[in-house]
Design a protein around this ligand. Sequence first.
Ligand code: PLP
Length: 377
Amino acid sequence: MNRGMSTAHLTIDLDALADNWQALNARTTAETAAVVKADGYGLGAARVAARLARAGARTFFVAAAEEGAAVRKAVGPDPMIGVFSGHMEGDAGILRANRLTPMINSVDQMLRHVEQLPGHRFGVQLDTGMNRLGLEPEDWAQLREIALRQNPALVMSHLACADEPGHDMNRKQLRLFKEMTDGIKAPRSLAATGGILLGPDYHFDLCRPGVGLYGGEPFDEAKAVVTLDLPVIQVRDLAEGETVGYGNSWTAPRACRIATVAAGYADGLHRAMGRGITLFAGKTACPVVGRISMDLITVDVSGLDHEPASLQLLNRLQTVDDLAEAAGTIGYEILTSMGRRYRRSYVSCSASADRAVESIRDKLRRRPDLLPQSLAE
Ligand SMILES: *Cc1c(COP(=O)(O)O)cnc(C)c1O
């Protein structure tokens, strides 16, 4: 593990990532692409894309053309790499050099594209109600014939509420997407992770999962991909009534032992998480006490019979979504704020221990009395 290391250590399990892609792919007869924007949701776009290409992914998506260059190097010449921001001013060179496929968002982008990169492959992004990116129905009506005559690689749209299966917006967007695209020859795409889970009506020819690959909700069956080990800097004994950290926000209810670990909100560990999360020494949960500061977190390790060299913040027992809930945000944001200071390593682990770990996790959920008392308060 992390013995003797002075900086936090992020471990990315590439086999779990590939398993998540396979599991999503198994849910659809459509092609399954992989969204690797924002540096592969914070986990390293090149490594992530290379592993997923090996698992069978043939299409990748990034947010901006610059991101596509690194992905092209990682996956080789064949896969399609789509750019959600489309063809922005100044992008022609990088799109051409890396053979990226802009997802055209507006009439202006379409004009720019045919002027600056005639014959270069492109896709079309339609707005079906999210009002974020894509051609509105009126613009599409204008452009449709011209665009389709050039054989776009993909015609796509994006769902605003796919993580809420019962939401009316899903059916509304599906209906509009069909109205806008029924009968065209080009391949169609509507679903990201949430859309895959909505069922086959939403799958069309290609699905574009992101967060589910990286172990995040709404794909409940996702395997945990990241482990985060934080080195312990110092351990001290406190008497009942002593306080910990800024603002004296935590008072020892009894004599206890506090460990200080080297990571904080400057490393993307939101200050808002504060209480409600734990660090793990093996399978033993140790509650965070006091405020999270810029570079440090304090943890009650009274329940341990040894001084740990490091404690784990993210693992199969506490996922990105658990942290997100504690911080009042979503797993996406936890992943993409993973600190630049972390040392990273990529591993391929056999996933055989999964079921055992899941049963411990289940038990902790059903039997809170098994947790250290300070946690149950
Ligand atoms: C981010 C994004 C995706 C992937 O979404 P997830 O919810 O992470 O699966 C797919 N399509 C578009 C247009 C996106 O912006």
